[in-house]
Design a binder for this molecule. Structure first.
Ligand SMILES: Cc1ncc(C[n+]2csc(CCOP(=O)(O)OP(=O)(O)O)c2C)c(N)n1
Ligand SMILES: [Mg+2]
Length: 273
């Protein structure tokens, strides 16, 4: 019961291209966040390429599914995905983080396809709940997806929002935790561990789907299960790898917020898988 027909080989090729575009966009800008962008490629690709109802030429179309990028620093993956699906010209990626550009370092409403300004972590799920509640009140059947980081969910506000979504039975909300194991300054498990993460969300009243978030087929299937679930919100725990695809960036907090220089870009493109 997939939303659209898809070809796994083709999606994998698209994911590979998205990673190239992310690395090049960062290198041109000279700053930005590679780690949490590379880990989330399959999450964004599954949503925009297969799962969501959306119209790139009409970003404010009323019936669109909504994506709230709560981890608002991962603009490289957001902009690369939006550009590759036609929200704005791919050429514009070269203006990333430049003064006056529509493509700022954290997501803003200036960019076609972006639903909410984020950057201060921990706020997206509350906003997603509001959007989902409004949909129910107005009798609209669009879905709201909220993408959060694993470091981000150390914020107490996330758990207030988790209580609210379950209390109000917001089965039109799908939270995604990009569980890439690394935050800004080190491993999540060293700084403030999350385990047992599945049980935590279950206890908060959520339908929990635990997957390999870099396996695009598992990501798509998780979203399809969300669409079929009624009476409670769904969270997808997407087990990913920070820096996924570039071995020297993987699981390295040093690559949380640092752009590759010319030589590092060449090396990254050589070893990219
Ligand atoms: C409230 C708040 N505190 C601190 C920051 C600075 N900051 C930006 S990204 C980040 C780390 C986030 O880690 P995680 O959620 O794991 O993101 P990912 O690994 O997906 O990049 C921090 C601390 C922020 N943006 N907002
Ligand atoms: Mg993380």
């Amino acid at each position: 019961m997939s939303s659209k027909n898809y070809d796994i080989k083709d999606l994998k090729a698209q994911a590979y291209q998205h990673r190239i575009d992310i690395l090049e966009t960062l290198a041109v800008a000279g700053s930005g966040h590679p780690g949490g962008s590379l880990s989330a490629v399959e999450i964004f690709l599954a949503l925009y390429g297969v799962v969501m109802n959306h119209r790139p030429a009409e970003p404010k179309w009323d019936g669109r599914d909504r994506v709230i990028v709560s981890k608002g620093h991962v603009t490289p993956v957001v902009y690369v995905t939006l550009a590759n699906f036609g929200y704005f010209p791919k050429e514009e990626l070269k203006t990333f983080r430049k003064f006056g550009s529509r493509l700022q370092g954290h997501v803003t409403l200036k960019t076609p396809g972006v639903e909410f300004n984020t950057g201060s972590l921990g706020h997206g799920l509350s906003y997603a709940n509001g959007v989902a509640m409004a949909a129910k009140l107005k009798g609209k059947d669009f879905k709201t997806y909220c993408i959060m980081g694993d470091g981000e969910i150390q914020e107490g506000s996330v758990w207030e929002a988790a209580m609210s979504a379950a209390h109000f039975k917001l089965d039109n909300v799908c939270a995604i935790v990009d569980f890439n194991k690394v935050q800004e300054n080190g491993l999540v498990s060293d700084i403030k561990g999350l385990e047992p993460l599945v049980d935590k969300w279950k206890t908060f009243g959520w339908n929990v789907i635990n997957i390999d978030g870099n396996d695009i087929e598992q990501v798509i299937n998780a979203f399809e299960e969300f669409k079929a679930t009624t009476g409670k919100p769904t969270v997808v725990i997407a087990n990913t790898l920070k820096g996924k695809g570039v071995p020297f960036m993987e699981l390295k907090s040093a690559w949380h917020g640092k752009a590759p220089n010319k030589e590092q870009l060449a090396e990254a493109l050589k070893v990219l898988y």
